[in-house]
Structure formats: C-alpha cells, structure tokens
Design a protein around this ligand. Structure first.
Ligand code: ASP
Length: 727
C-alpha cells in the first residue's frame, strides 16, 4: 500500500510525465519550413535522416537551386519543372479545370485523355499562370518598426499595408518581377517574396479521368491508393525567355533548374522532401477554436455540401453533356466535403481538444510562475469570450457562404450588380465600355457550364435548410410577396416561380440583350424576382453575418498573433514553424507506412495489381482504362518496373503537407524527383489543425507510374525522352 503522500508524489510524477510527452520538443520532421531558414533550423536533422545536399542547394539566391524548379501552379497548386524546355508536371486534379474547359462531347478529354504530339498541338489556357520565387527576405524589422507602442488592429493593418507597398515597389523597380509581403506566425514576422509570373501555359497532356482520378470519391483522402493523379503542361516565354502574354511566336521557357527524374525509386524509411506552396494550416489554435470547428463549423458545412452533391450527381450521371459542364464544380465541392468529415473524425479520435486543453493548462501554469509573462494572463479568457460570440454568428455566415450564396445565379447576380441596378438611360453608353466586354465574357463562360435544373434544385435545398436552421431567417420582400405573405413559405413553389419568370438563369437572353444594346434590360432585371432575391442575399450577407464574423475574426486574429508569440516565448524548448499561407515551404520525412489501429497496418506503397483488384469489386469509382488493363495483365511495364517486376503506383511518407501542396515534387535525398504529391490519408486530414506523426501521411504518385502512363499507355514517349532520367 502507498501512503497518502506517496500517492500524491506518484500522481505528480505521472502528471509531469504526461506533460513531458505533450510538450516534448516537436519531432523535427513535423512542419512546413521556410527555405531561407533551413540552414539555421533544419540542415543537421535533414542530413542525419538522409539528405545528401546542403541547405544552399535547396534554396539559394546566388546560384541555381532546387527552388528554381518549383512553381506555384495557378493559384492553389504546385508544379515542378522536368526538362530544359519548360515541361511541367502537376496533378490531374490541379489541371482538371483546364482539361474540362478544353473538353466537349466531340473532344472528351476528361474521358479519353489528351496528348499533344508536337508543340503545335499544345493547348493554351487563358488566365492560367505559373509563378517562380526569385527570392524571399525577412522584412519584419522594416514592417514592424515602432509596433511595440500600442496600436489598434486597424491602424496596425494600415501600417503593414503601406509599408508592404513601399517594399514591393523598391523590390521590383526596374524589373519584370512581381512581389508580395506575407505575414508569418500570424503577423509576428513578415517576409517579402519576389516572383516571376508566366502567363502562357499550355496543356501538353493528361491521362483519362479513369486513370487520373482512379478511385474517385471513394478513394479521395484515403490510402491505399492507385491514382495516376498527374497532368503535364509547358511554360512558354517570349524570345527573351521572359514572361509574355500568349502568342504563337512564344517559345518554350528555359528554366534555371529542372529536376532529374529518378527511376530506381525509394526504399522503406528513405528520406523524402516535399517542396511546394502549402495553402492554409492552423496549428496554433486554442482549444475553443478547435471545439467550434469539430462540434459546429465542420458538421454544418459538410451537411450543406452533401445537399449540393446529391443534386448534381444524378443529373451528371444521366447526361454526359451535363457531366462535362459540372465535372470540375462537382469535384471542388466533393473534395472538401470529404476532407472536413475526415478532419472532424481525426480530431475527435486524436482527442485534439483534450490535448489542446492540457497544453493550455501548462501554458497557464508557466505564465503564472514567471513574472515576465504576466501580460499573457488575459489572453486565453479573451479568446474564449470571442469564440462564445462567434459561435452564434458563424452558422449564420456558413448558411450563406456554404449555402444560399453558392447558388450559381445568386453569384452571377453579384457579378452583374451594376448592370442590374443601372438606369436605362446610361445603358447604351455603358455598352461601349470595357466593363460591358467583361460582362459578355462572364456570361459566355457562365453559359458554357450552366445547367439551370441543377441550380434550381440546389436553390430549393439551400433555402430550405436556411429557413430550418437559421435563427434570423432573413427573407427578401419580393419572396414574401410571392409567397402571399404567409409564414409558411413553400420554398419549392416559390423557387419554381422565380426560375420560370426570370431571365437571370438564361444567359442566352442576357447575352442577346447586351449584344443588341437593348436598353430595357436593366429595367427587366430590376423587376426580375430571381435577380432581386439574389441581390438581397448578397447584400444581407455583407451587412449582417459576414460583417459580424469578419469583425470577430479580426479581433481573434489579433489575439491569435499575441497567443502564438506567447507560445514561442513560453515553450522555448520546441521550434515553431509558421502556419502555411501559400508561400514556398519545404517539408521532410521518410517513406513509411502507418497503423490506424492496433490491428491494422498499411504498407508504404501500392502496385498496379491493386488497380485490377479494386476494379473487380464493381464500384463504379474504379473504372478501368482498357489499354492500362492490357498492360497490367501482361505485366508489360518496360523499364518502369521495380526489381521484382512490379509496377509501383503510389506511396506514402511522413511529410507534413496540406492543400496547395497538390502537385508538389517529392524528392529523394539527392534532390531527384521520385513522386508527385497529391493527397493525404483519411486519418491525416486533421493535420492542418493537429499533427500526429504516427497517423499523418502524404500520398504521392510514384514517378515511374507517371512515366509508364506517358510512355507505354499514352504513347507519348517523346516527353519522357525530353526529361533527364537517372538511376
Ligand atoms: N488532395 C489534397 C487537396 O486537393 C491535397 C492535400 O490537402 O493534401 O487539397
């Protein structure tokens, strides 16, 4: 038996052991590190894990380095350069919008894939850009000078904006570069990024969606995987090798660096790194924020997205033309629908709220024990109070942004607001301006991908949920009148009436009226029930829930900045990496499997056999490409097989990644390309908020599978010959 004092001592010991494990120095492999700080923070650890390069080889402004072959693809993905003629690989899901735009019933590239046989056949993509980082620089001193005097959030923001503008101007003066200043650690540091942005990017090739999206929604965010998630583009430049608008005279861009492609592959536990532009993470949130996400925000957003998907799917399955129109929209809705569901599950399974609470208890204990930290006393209570208020407004805002405002005609009305509210008399004049050209462009692309029956049903669903779940239940006057001013509004009938009497859902009519400069158009839109309802909700959101949430978020951001600074000062034993914010980062880890539960272990790679096995199960998400099937059955993998004659398809590793890392190069210790990052495992979808090295894995397509698909399935071996293969 233990005495009472022994019991207390044991309890204290156990508690401190528990805390020790909680706040143990962050395993250095977690994190998305700033390339400029690798030398200072990560180089020894990376080399011990298997890196054969120096930090200077990864990022340098004095010589060409790996960073010169990594690009931000569009606004939300990453790509890598793989030849001296600007050839670029990214994910299939990153090029999906472009592939969809070039697809039609006659040229169904989504279904059949597309491969240009020569440079002339490569397809231009208006609006698509590719961005290189020329250099990055810590400008915290310049931005934050004098910030220790108390500033309001608004005046702080103003100062940051004006100082950033000055720095950007100086940085790009006399060059063709662009620049931005981005906050790190929620605004405790600032970095300047100087960039070169290319505007003539052409589609070179993509496998059929049955390969590029093999496994569809069923496999998205999960492991094991067999998805050939890649597409190929080429950067074109002017004759001076500088960015230029599209012109048939442009020439393939000559990069400062391109990745050699390694065809020997990785072994288990080999070092890997992912270099790219991770989008958003929130690793330093309070337990109150995580609780709100888990219990309220995610469940509501998931249910709203489910209601949209459930409308799109049957119409898309029934009609190929509708499928092509909605393919890209559907996948962007379904991607985060599934992601948020997985994130919630993972956060609960990992007891992220409980662990954050324990961390906060330790934070409070440490600041209580040290007079220097007295000023941090009020931080957590203030954060809690703001979350209490936010939890009332956030659902009202989400019911709009993830609900009513996702209706396509409601978005369209917002973009045509000025036209709708215009006086008939100025209409003719306006039609001669550039703005009118903008409306024509907008309506033409709206028309290309619009199917009113889907939109109508989504509007019914969204309004129904809104009227059921909102506390405010805001209703436009005209909708009340249409419904006969009764309380029991029959949403379905009202929406039917609006669509039947409106011209807003008919881009053809709108385009015709604009082309003929028909001055009755604004008047008609001003009495158009759908247009009026749309403007009401856009305006209501901006004035009420949107504004309130914005106000609270700004206040929380200010406190969040102080909280993260406090954490850095209080927990000096662990390194802190800044949250992802679409800036260039390097993550590193190793090729390794994981165990989601005591009885299950997932190996770290898959091979092509699994494609046939999944297909045999009969789930329509596993559609089998006929040429691929023949090659797999006859084991005709050419030089791309591994030593045992198998074709590896995908692999997982413990690199800390997020959305935006889609398409990132996965590199071995020598900086050679071994894979293309495209996803995370189901248990790992929580890693944007709570990282657990034992559960979180990034998923990549093995580069040998990519080469095999290009060469042996698509017959585009000339592209492989353009690359530099190494073993
Ligand atoms: N598949 C993910 C995405 O599309 C990438 C990731 O978040 O890991 O956003």
């Amino acid at each position: 038996m233990f005495s009472k004092s022994q019991m207390i001592r044991i309890a204290v010991l156990l508690f401190s052991l528990l805390l020790g494990s909680l706040i143990k120095p962050l395993r250095a492999d977690e994190g998305m590190w700033l390339p400029v700080l690798l030398k200072q923070l990560n180089e020894p650890r990376m080399q011990a894990m298997g890196l054969k390069l120096k930090a200077e080889d990864i990022y340098s402004i004095n010589k060409s380095s790996l960073k010169d072959a990594v690009v931000q693809f569009g606004r939300g993905c990453t790509g890598e350069i793989v030849s001296n003629q600007g050839l670029l690989i990214t994910n299939h899901h990153c090029g999906y919008g472009q592939i969809q735009q070039h697809s039609s019933l006659e040229n169904d590239y989504l279904k059949k894939g597309f491969w240009a046989k020569s440079h002339q056949e490569e397809l231009p993509n208006a609006g698509l850009t590719v961005t290189f980082i020329i250099r990055m620089e810590d400008v915290s001193k310049q931005i934050m000078e004098g910030f220790d005097t108390v500033l309001t959030e608004a005046s702080r923001e103003q100062l940051v904006a004006s100082r950033s503008l000055d720095l950007v101007r100086q940085a790009i003066d006399g060059t063709h570069y662009e620049a931005v200043v981005r906050p790190m650690y929620q605004g405790n540091a600032y970095y300047l990024f100087v960039m070169e942005v290319f505007r003539d990017i052409r589609l070179v090739g993509a496998p059929p969606a049955s390969v590029g999206n093999y496994g569809g929604d069923t496999d998205n965010w999960s492991w094991p995987r067999h998805t050939g998630d890649f597409s190929v583009f080429r950067i074109y430049a002017g004759k001076d090798n500088k960015p230029a608008d599209y012109s048939k005279d442009n020439v393939p861009f000559k990069p400062r660096h391109f990745f050699p492609v390694n065809t020997s592959g990785l072994k288990e536990n080999d070092f890997t790194m992912v270099y790219g532009f991770p989008g958003r993470t929130n690793e330093y949130l309070s337990s109150y924020a995580v609780e709100q996400i888990v219990k309220h925000d995610n469940p509501l957003k998931v249910s709203l997205r489910a209601k949209r998907l459930e409308v799109m799917k049957p119409s898309m399955d029934a009609n190929r033309e509708v499928f092509i129109k909605y393919a890209s929209k559907y996948s962007s809705v379904s991607n985060y629908h599934k992601k948020w569901a997985g994130e919630t599950k993972g956060l609960l399974a990992a007891d992220a709220i409980g662990k954050k609470q324990q961390f906060e208890a330790e934070f409070i204990r440490r600041i209580g024990a040290d007079a220097r930290f007295k000023t941090f006393d009020a931080l957590l209570p203030k954060i809690k109070a703001l979350h209490d208020t936010l939890s009332r407004f956030q659902p009202e805002a989400d019911l709009m942004t993830e609900g009513v405002l996702t209706v396509e005609v409601i978005k369209l009305a917002q973009n045509l607001k000025e036209l709708i509210e215009m006086k008939g008399a100025v209409f003719a004049e306006k039609m001669k301006t550039e703005q009118a050209q903008g409306w024509i462009k907008l309506l033409s692309s709206f028309k290309k991908d619009y199917y009113a029956p889907i939109d109508r049903q989504i509007m019914k669903n969204m309004l129904e949920v809104y009227m059921r779940q909102s506390v405010v239940k805001a209703l436009p006057e005209n909708l009340k009148q249409i419904a006969g001013n009764t309380d029991a509004i029959h949403i379905s009938a009202v929406v039917d009436y609006m669509f039947e009497t409106s011209i807003l859902d008919n881009p053809e009519v709108l385009l015709g009226a604009i082309a003929m400069a028909d001055s009755t158009l604004p008047g008609r839109l001003q009495t158009d029930p759908l247009a009026q309802c749309a403007l009401f909700y856009n305006d209501y959101y901006r004035r009420v829930p949107g504004k309130e949430v914005q106000r609270l978020q700004t206040a929380l951001a200010g406190l969040g900045r102080q909280y993260i600074e406090a954490q850095r000062l209080v927990f000096t034993e662990r390194p802190f990496y800044p949250d992802a914010n679409f800036t260039l980062r390097l993550a590193y880890g190793k090729a390794e499997g994981y165990s989601p539960s005591a009885t299950v272990h997932y190996p770290w790679y898959t091979d092509a056999e699994g494609i046939l096995e999944k297909y045999a199960g009969g789930n329509p998400d596993y559609e089998l490409d006929s040429i691929l099937a023949v090659k797999i059955r006859s084991k005709d993998f050419g030089a791309y097989a591994d030593k045992s004659g198998k074709l590896r398809t995908c692999f997982i590793a413990s690199n800390h990644t997020t959305g935006g890392n889609s398409g990132s190069p996965v590199l071995n210790g020598k900086g050679e390309l071994v894979g293309v990052n495209f996803d995370r495992n189901w248990e790992g979808t929580m890693s944007d908020i709570f990282y657990d090295i034992n559960q979180v894995r990034n998923i990549s397509v093995d580069i040998r599978y990519v080469l095999f698909l290009i060469d042996k399935v698509a017959g585009a071996g000339h592209l492989v010959r353009e690359m530099k293969l190494v073993r």
